[in-house]
Design a binder for this molecule. Sequence first.
Ligand SMILES: [Zn+2]
Length: 428
Amino acid sequence: MKILCEVQVVNRATQTNKTPRPVKSTLAIGYKQSARDANGNTKKELEMVLFSGQNKTGNRYKVKDNIHVVHTKFVLDGKTTIGFIQPPDNLLIKCDPIQLKGFLQTLKLGMDGKDAINLRLNINAATAIPQKAQPQVRMVISKRSEYPIKGFPRTLKSLTINNSQLVKLSFEICTLRNLTKLDVSGNKLTKIPSELGRLPLTSLHLGNNLLGTQNDWCWLRGTKLCQSLGELDLSGNGLTYFPPPLVKFESLVSLNLNNNLLSRLPFAIRRMKALRKLYVCSNELESLPSAVEDLRIDLLDVWGNCFKEFNADAAQQMYLQKAASNSPQPLWLLGARAVDKYMLPLSAGSIPAVLIDLIREAPRCPCGELCYAQRKEDLFQRVVQPKFITVKNLTYSREHQIYADVVLCDSRCSASAELKLLFNIIFS
Ligand SMILES: [Zn+2]
C-alpha cells in the first residue's frame, strides 16, 4: 500500500530534524521477498519505505520488532507519528484521514503477521507516487530584467509587474484567461488595450501610470471586466475627469482615485451600488455630488481637495433657468420619470437603453424626481457641509468645509424650501 502524505523526519537520538519542515512524500508498506532459505521457503520481511523529492530511492525501515511507537490520537485529523527503533527516527505524518486510517490498519495487520491485500505490494520494486508538477499561478516582476522573454505561463491567476518602465501592456497579458489579479502599478502606461475588458479580473491596480494623458477608456466598456471587477486603483494617473464608463461597474467595491486632478465626481456614481470604499484624496474637487448619499459607502477619503462654496456655472444656470422656466421639459425625461415612478421593469427589450441609463445614472432631486444634469452647467445648488449620514467613515481636511451639489427638478420644487432649512444654501 502506498499513500501520498507530508512527512517530517525527526531523529530521537540527536533531536535533529532530518527534514526542516514537512515535505511531500510517499509512504509505502509491503513485504520484501528475500531469497529462499535452506528449506526452500521464502522469508517475508515487512518493510516501510519513505520516498520524498530529495530521496527518490527511498529510506527503508524494517517493521518487525522495530516499531518504537505509533501515536494514533489525531488520526481523524489526518496526523500520526510512527517511531522506529533502528534508526531512531520519528516520522511525523500528515495525510488525508481516511487514507491514513487505512495505512495504519494495514500496518497493524502486517505486524500481527497477517496477509492482507494491501500488503501484496512488492516493496523492492516500489516507487514514489508521481506528483503532478504544480502549475504556476503567480508571477511577480519587480524590474525590467525579470520580464519573461518566452512569454507568460497560461496558468497564471495573479500577475504583478511593478516599476518596469512598461509603456505598453502586451496583448498576450490580455489573453491570460485564468488571470484574476493584475497589478501593473508604477509603470509608464498611457493606454490599456481594449482586449483587457474581456478578462474576468477581480482586482486591477494601475496606480502611478500616465493614463490621463490619452484618456482612452475603451477597455472599461468590456462586459466581462465590468461585471467581475471588485477593486480598481487608478491613483496617480493625472486624470482630469472621472472615466465615464466606470459608473457601469456595478460590482466594484473599492475605487482608488487618489492623487489625480479631478474637480468633480459624476452624479451617475449612484449607479455603483456595490461601492464601499472611495478614495479621492489629493485631487481638485470643488464639491461632491449629493448622489454619494444614495450609496452605502463605508469609507470616503476626500482629504486634500479644494472645496469651494461659489459655483460660477451654477449662478449663470440659475439665471438661465428663470428665463426658461416656462418651456416644457423634454419628452424623454418625462418618459424616464414615468418608468421610474411606476417602478416598471428595466428590461432592455421593452425600454430604450438610453432611458435605462438615464434612470440609473441621472441625479435625483431631494423630492425623488429624476433630473437630467449630465453637464457641469446643469448643477444649480451647492450646499455647505452636507451630512452624508450614509457614509460611515469620512476623512477630510478639517480646515475646509465640504460642499455638495444638489440638483433640483424645478426651481419651484418644494425640496428647494426644505433645503433652505437644512443647509446654508448659496443660491436662492
Ligand atoms: Zn424636486
